[in-house]
Design a protein around this ligand. Structure first.
Ligand code: 13P
Length: 245
């Protein structure tokens, strides 16, 4: 999944989707889910112009159906556009917009109630990494973010482990770290949801590039990648796919 963050005008998004057809076809032939998360303003254009098999995710949503929440977008509004994935709890939202595990939990539950796919991001800051508390932090984010969900509700859930210190820095986590933490997350998901947890996909994100994506996707506990910078240019996006098939 490419996370475009606050990048691309509608015209640029359109340029991207108009040339993405062969890439999406190739991914589908290899049974790979592939998509992008544009800004709210580009969602409509991307849904309409993208090939039908391309996933389109929002980068955030509100958990209430409507009301006095200036600047927010509801899940029904996303549904109306044909968007059925939504990133939740990205570290940039946690850091700059004070998003808490509790708010993430409300959003995840609301998305699941609408049969949408929450792509829930977790990960530790550099300070937490250096203090050796990565697993403690990730456990709290997973347990609190998924509170009150039942085994029958989690089959559409996707988790992304994104160490904050590796996002946009070029300092990607080593494959050992990615495997260790993603395996740990799987263990927590099993504790919470039993065998149903096997349906939950776990992605790695943080400075994933065409040159290193294969190293991550061949790890036993990493099912996919959440990619920022390298998903913006069509050549690099295509190379991400080409390098894993
Ligand atoms: P980069 O791939 O640019 O490091 O961003 C990762 C990310 O935050 C994806 O959500």
């Amino acid at each position: 999944m490419g996370n475009w963050k606050m990048n691309k005008l509608i015209s640029e998004a359109n340029e991207f989707t108009s040339t993405i057809g062969p890439t999406i076809k190739k991914a589908t032939e290899h049974n790979i889910d592939i998509g992008v998360a544009p800004t709210y303003l580009c969602l409509d254009e991307v849904v309409r112009s993208a090939p039908k098999d391309m996933l389109v995710a929002a980068q955030n949503c509100h958990y209430e159906p409507h009301g006095a929440f200036t600047g927010e977008i509801s899940i029904e509004m996303l549904e109306e556009l044909g968007v059925n994935w939504c990133i939740i709890g990205h570290s940039e939202r946690r850091t700059y917009f004070n998003e808490t595990d509790q708010a993430c939990n409300l959003k995840i539950k609301a998305l699941i109630a609408h049969h949408m796919v929450p792509l829930y991001c977790v990960g530790e800051t550099l300070e937490q990494f250096e203090s050796g508390i990565t697993k403690e932090v990730v456990r709290r984010q997973v347990v609190d973010g998924l509170k009150d969900l039942t085994a029958s509700e989690v089959k559409n859930l996707v988790i992304a482990y994104e160490p904050v210190w590796s996002i946009g820095t070029g300092k990607n986590a080593s494959t050992e770290i990615a495997q260790d933490v993603c395996c740990y997350i799987r263990g927590i998901l099993h504790e919470l949801f039993g065998d149903a947890s096997e349906e939950i996909r776990v992605l790695y994100g943080g400075s994933v590039k065409p040159e290193n994506i294969r190293d991550y996707l061949t790890l036993p506990d990493v099912d996919g990648a959440l990619v920022g910078g390298a998903s913006l240019k069509i050549d690099s996006y295509q190379a991400l796919l080409d390098n894993i098939i």
